[in-house]
Design a protein around this ligand. Structure first.
Ligand SMILES: NCc1[nH]cc(CCC(=O)O)c1CC(=O)O
Length: 300
């Protein structure tokens, strides 16, 4: 029996999403045995740290792929740097769940619009901070780090009036019922790739690539490619206050982008439409246009 080792971080969310992926792969390939191998990344060891640089949640997993310790890595696409390491490739992007951010409030705090004046909102994402401040300058944004479970626990202890996090994480952990509001993308444009996963493989491992590709979703792939081309062309990295969301309707891809000043005092937003086959060029074109509109000054 052929065996494929699937590597992932060991957080509750990472394990939940990897189990879901393995279940899908098993449906397609009943004759293959899949084994899950957890790998600790710097992001797991340094829970409290400011997630500084690229590959914080992914580097050790990519090393395990290159060293043949695992065959497929399951990553949250959002955490994967836009530069692809030599020898590896993204073999498959399964169907995205919800890309939107979610608000989870303490009792009575059910929507962003209705939060009381000066309410305390927890998030450590520079993008969420900036876009929250742009919409509601009165809010007090406080840092909130750690895994999904850690963040919900901090809310439970009453340290925040509400927290904002990716709805996809909650949905994958079977916590959809904790979501009080899906935030409107007109206010809170998601991070590029949010809500999508990537199956990464060695670039020359044809059998494993074929296996992984069987659960690729072409629309999600085009959407994510546009969003990541945009992020890459902006050249700010994954920690920047940058949002991007592509949708495909009636064969037209629409890509929206947002670049914000960290304090939310300025937000530049723009969008572009085109053929999904041109997804990468559309992302680059939107980035160039926005840089000319003044986003350059926000990219310090
Ligand atoms: N490192 C944070 C991270 N990476 C992926 C997700 C959530 C799910 C996703 O976007 O796939 C999260 C948590 C969050 O942003 O709330």
């Amino acid at each position: 029996m052929r065996q494929i080792v699937v590597g992932t971080r060991g957080s509750a969310l990472a394990l939940a999403q990897t189990r879901q992926i393995v279940a899908r792969l098993k449906e397609e390939w009943p004759e293959i045995e899949f084994r899950i191998q957890t790998i600790t990344t710097r992001g797991d060891r340094e829970q409290g740290a400011l997630k500084g640089d690229k590959g914080f949640f992914t580097k050790e997993i990519e090393e395990a792929l290159l060293a043949n310790r695992i065959d497929i890595a399951v990553h949250s696409l959002k955490d994967l740097p836009t530069e692809n390491p030599e020898g590896l490739e993204i073999a498959s992007i399964p169907r995205r769940v919800d890309a939107r951010d979610a608000l989870v409030g303490r009792p009575g705090m059910k929507s962003l619009k209705d939060l009381p004046q000066g309410a305390i909102v927890g998030t450590s994402s520079t993008r969420r901070k900036a876009l929250l401040k742009a919409y509601r300058p009165d809010l007090e944004i406080r840092d909130l780090r750690g895994n999904v479970d850690t963040r919900l626990a901090a809310l439970g202890r009453g340290e925040y009036d509400a927290i904002v996090l990716a709805s996809a994480g909650l949905i994958r952990m079977d916590l959809r019922n904790r979501i009080d509001e899906f935030l409107d993308v007109a206010i809170m444009l998601p991070a590029p790739g949010q809500g999508a996963l990537a199956l990464q493989t060695r670039a020359d491992d044809d059998l494993v690539i074929e296996t992984a590709y069987s659960i690729n979703d072409a629309d999600t792939d085009d959407r994510i490619t546009a969003e990541r081309a945009f992020l890459h062309a902006i050249g700010m990295g994954c920690m920047a206050p940058v949002g991007a969301l592509a949708t495909i309707e009636k064969g037209i891809l629409k890509l929206e982008g947002a670049i914000a000043a960290p304090d939310g005092s300025t937000v530049i937003r723009a969008s572009i439409d085109g053929d999904p086959e041109e997804c990468e060029a559309l992302g680059e074109e939107l980035a160039e246009g926005m840089m000319q509109q003044g986003a350059k000054d926000l990219v310090k």
